[in-house]
Design a protein around this ligand. Structure first.
Ligand code: ZN
Length: 108
């Protein structure tokens, strides 16, 4: 029997999913408490940096950017995957969190 690390399981989930997933959804699939979202974000940060190399350039982690539900502001300047708590433009706290998926980038 083979055991996968949480990080490997996240990679598998993001490869198989048809649509980009929120971290909350990833936690649910893994059977983790929502309070462990932070941990998943750390894994995603690492996956974003390493997936291309690990897949020999075939795969990349894409992030659909978080967006303010009230004014439509898109958080384009994120340095790493995270959930912003407040919109800098209208101060709303109703933010759509980022979504993630691993996609193939070449058919070589
Ligand atoms: Zn806003």
């Amino acid at each position: 029997m083979e055991f996968q690390s949480t990080r490997e399981r996240i990679v598998e989930i993001l490869r198989r999913t048809q649509r980009p997933l929120r971290v909350e959804e990833i936690a649910m699939i893994l059977g983790l408490e929502p309070s462990r979202k932070r941990e998943i974000y750390e894994h995603l940060t690492h996956i974003a940096k390493t997936i291309r190399r690990q897949s020999s350039g075939k795969e990349v982690l894409i992030m659909e950017l978080p967006k303010c539900r009230d004014c439509g502001f898109i958080f384009k300047n994120l340095k790493k995957p995270k959930e912003p708590s407040r919109c800098p433009k209208c101060k709303s706290e109703r933010i759509d969190p980022p979504r993630f998926k691993i996609v193939l980038i070449s058919n070589k």
